[in-house]
Ligand binder design. Structure first.
Ligand code: BMA
Length: 313
């Protein structure tokens, strides 16, 4: 009866990737970026090694469900001393955005000063070149828009520093992907399912109605943090305008592999692939331990972004 409130259907063979699938020793595989390249599905997996630090490894698939994982990590903390300082504890939670013929990868650089946003790029998923560390520390969950808007690159991120940091989602602009500014907020935590902090989850997908992104809301509970997913729709010409966002979470931990693992009760998508039939495939880390995929019709998500809250008593 309430199915329309929860548009995503899990793939029946979830989880699609687990530690045992990685062709070298590791602790876990979870939050993965996703895109299509040369007709194949690509996942950029966050793999946590045995020491507890993360690197990123590629996986390819013909059907979006069965992935073959590359034998070696692809992105590891940089040898370049400038980057090494800020990445030495690992590179985490990637997102991929195609702009023209280049695939940009935003990731969390984690080091002794905290987390900051790194940007790199590839054209072939062989060579990877860093562009910059785009933010200062205490900022992560960044996604790039797939095209320039009014002449600028556009990025959504989550600065969350001391002194009033509320875990809000922000938007910022750049002429060259390196220098960012004109930042302003999009949405902030409110009492309820995302009361502690919010973060953007997946890069914007262009629809007729607006830019569609998934975001996560974190609720602090007596048993720890609970990570669940909403959707937000932004104006195509001026993405600072929030056309709507879901008033309730539309996807949350339910299955055993989402409820149980290194960090229980977490679903954490980093990739959303739009298919020709107007459905999306959402790739998500589950309990920081494995990866699942779930599918939904785009119109069903947008309808929920634009509708009023229906759960009030
Ligand atoms: C967030 C990020 C994610 C992780 C989540 C749950 O802060 O670190 O990588 O999946 O916590 O542990």
């Amino acid at each position: 009866m309430l199915e329309y409130l929860y548009p995503f259907k899990r793939y029946e063979k979830n989880p699609i990737l687990e530690r045992g699938d990685i062709p070298y020793p590791c602790n876990t595989v979870f939050n993965a970026a996703a895109c299509k390249f040369n007709g194949k599905y690509v996942l950029l997996l966050r793999v946590e090694d045995l020491s507890g630090k993360s690197h990123l490894t590629l996986a390819f698939s013909d059907d979006g469900y069965n992935f073959k994982i590359e034998p070696k990590p692809w992105i590891t903390p940089s040898d370049d001393p400038y980057y090494w300082v800020f990445e030495q504890y690992g590179v985490e939670d990637p997102r991929i955005t195609q702009i023209g013929d280049t695939y940009y990868i935003t990731y969390t650089a984690f080091g002794p000063y905290g987390a900051r946003v790194g940007i790199g790029k590839t054209r072939d998923f062989v060579e990877f070149e860093r562009v910059c560390l785009a933010t200062e520390v205490e900022n992560k969950d960044a996604v790039l828009f797939p095209e320039k808007i009014n002449g600028d690159y556009v990025m959504i991120d989550r600065p969350c520093g001391l002194g009033g940091g509320r875990g809000s989602i922000w938007i910022t602009y750049s002429p060259d992907l390196v220098h960012w500014g004109r930042a302003t907020t999009l949405i902030s935590p409110e009492p309820g399912w995302g009361n502690a902090k919010l973060g953007i989850s997946t890069p914007p997908v262009k629809t007729k109605e607006g830019w569609l992104c998934l975001y996560h809301g974190v609720r602090e509970t007596a048993a720890g943090r609970l990570y669940r997913i909403g959707a937000i729709l932004l104006d195509l010409k001026n993405p600072e305008i929030v056309l709507g966002h879901t008033r309730h979470f539309i996807f949350g931990p339910e299955e055993t592999y989402e409820r149980t693992g290194d960090v229980p009760n977490v679903v954490f998508p980093c990739g959303l692939i739009l298919e020709d039939d107007n459905t999306v495939k959402m790739y998500y880390g589950a309990a920081d331990t494995c990866i699942g995929v779930a599918e939904a019709n785009v119109d069903d998500i947008i309808r929920l972004c634009l509708s009023e809250y229906e759960g009030a008593i």
